[in-house]
Design a protein around this ligand. Structure first.
Ligand code: LLP
Length: 421
């Protein structure tokens, strides 16, 4: 029985590809993340296929899941990288993403980060503000080089997603208002250290319909025509990321083919190279968070399934009220109960779901939280001095630990007690 692509029940027990989760849990203590190699590969190739009619570079948004094994898998397939920090540039380069496939986004690129990116001759800076533009030009000039840039425009469209991950409204900190951007392009053209090559837009994440993309890309198309009439040589359009995934069983976000067709229809006539920056839609549904039931606690009004994964491992439900499916690893019972599924952290917000009907569970049962491949491990912390969950990658019938669990000593010994204490 299929749960997500490459995640299924075989003989009533959950498998990622052909490895049983229960068998991994015999070797690796819960909680742990587990990803399917095939699912990531398939999602990347689906983008590649969908955009095959257009000259497109798929720059995986490293922030979604920055594990070196995942970056290496994608680099081997030919992916570029969308990065937002020096750390992510370093990760991408170390995984084998060539510098000429790296685009650097982010609102607060520091002097050191810009210098690092210039030294490595990356493909493009996505510029977010005039002072950033000025600084990039200054640093490039000092290094006797030219930075290739796109300016991120803010099209003021509503992405119909959670407000904390909406980025293309005028009240958001991102980009330069499209109405003002024409002047900024003129200014950029006057600077010695930068070469304008494109336009960049990213309106938000977990978009479950195409209409906001349509609104944004239509504005970008008109803007590119305007810029060309002003004499700018625009050869690149970076359309950002944001395509959503199905977190619940009945969600049907647009598929990659329809998304690519929309891009072709709205931007194809401009003859630009397209850059796309997908994160979640490549890794999101490839991963699960496996956890054990610690206690079943009967409250006065509710029953709590207390598990050994917490908000420090997966913050999405607490932070965005995000819905994630929760499934037992073994389906041994037809009986169901209603539970609040909660973690061990000392905050009421440490709740994965409320009043959810689930197969009746008992202590030590394994459960899986689905769709945790994106913005799961990367957003985790050691809050409550809980150790970061390890990460596992499955490929067919083999698996490997791709991030180990640190020891308590490693975590505690990061702190330094001054000798005057
Ligand atoms: N490009 C830029 C400039 C971005 O800011 C982002 C995501 C992406 C690409 C990739 O977007 P995706 O394809 O993954 O939707 N932590 C939140 C999501 C934050 C997204 C931030 N930017 C969550 O857990 O829902």
């Amino acid at each position: 029985m299929k749960i997500q692509p490459h995640i299924s029940y075989q003989d009533n027990t959950m498998h990622v590809e052909n490895v049983s989760i229960a068998s991994i849990a015999k070797d690796i203590a819960t909680p742990f993340y587990c990803y399917s190699y095939a699912a990531i590969e398939e999602n990347y190739l689906a983008y590649k296929h969908a955009f095959s009619q257009q000259n497109t570079l798929i720059c995986y948004a490293v922030k979604a899941n920055a594990n070196q094994a995942i970056l290496t898998l994608l680099a081997n397939l030919g992916a570029g990288a969308d990065v937002v920090s020096e750390g992510e540039i370093r990760r991408a380069l170390q995984a084998g993403v060539p510098a000429n496939k790296i685009v650097f986004s982010g609102v607060a690129k520091t002097r050191d980060e810009i210098a690092y990116a210039l030294d490595h001759n990356i493909l493009q800076f996505n510029v977010e503000s005039e002072p950033e533009l000025q600084l990039i030009s200054e640093l490039a000039t000092a290094k006797n080089t030219i930075a290739h840039i796109s300016i991120r425009v803010n099209p003021n469209v509503c992405a119909n997603t959670h407000e904390k991950i909406t980025t293309g409204k005028s009240e958001n900190k991102f980009g330069i208002p499209i109405a003002k951007a024409r002047d900024v392009y003129q200014y950029a053209a006057s600077l010695p250290g930068v070469k304008v090559q494109g336009v960049d837009v990213h309106i938000g994440s977990q978009l479950t319909e195409l209409t906001p993309f349509e609104q944004a890309f239509s504005k970008v198309a008109a803007f590119v025509t305007l810029l060309r009439s002003d004499g700018h040589d625009i050869s690149v359009i970076d359309i950002g990321g944001g395509l959503g995934i199905n977190y619940s069983e009945n969600e049907t976000p647009p598929n990659k083919e329809d998304y690519a067709q929309l891009v072709q229809a709205l931007l194809g006539h401009l003859g630009c190279n397209i850059i796309v920056e997908p994160g979640r839609s490549i890794v999101g549904n490839s991963g699960i968070l496996v956890s054990s039931v610690v206690y079943v606690k009967k409250g006065e009004e509710r029953q709590f399934l207390i598990i050994d994964a917490g908000m420090n491992d997966l913050i999405r439900p607490s932070m965005y009220d995000a819905y994630h499916q929760i499934k037992p690893v073994d389906i041994t019972t037809n009986e169901t109960s209603r539970y609040d599924v909660v973690g061990p952290v000392c905050e009421t917000g440490d709740t994965f779901s409320k009043n959810r009907e689930l197969p009746t569970a008992k202590a030590d049962d394994l459960i899986a939280i689905l769709s945790c491949g994106a913005y799961g491990s990367v957003m985790s912390s050691t809050y409550n001095t809980r150790l970061n969950a390890p990460e596992i990658m499955v490929n067919d019938s083999q698996y490997a630990v791709i991030k180990s669990r640190p020891s308590y000593e490693e975590v505690i010994d990061q702190d330094i007690v001054p000798n005057w204490l």
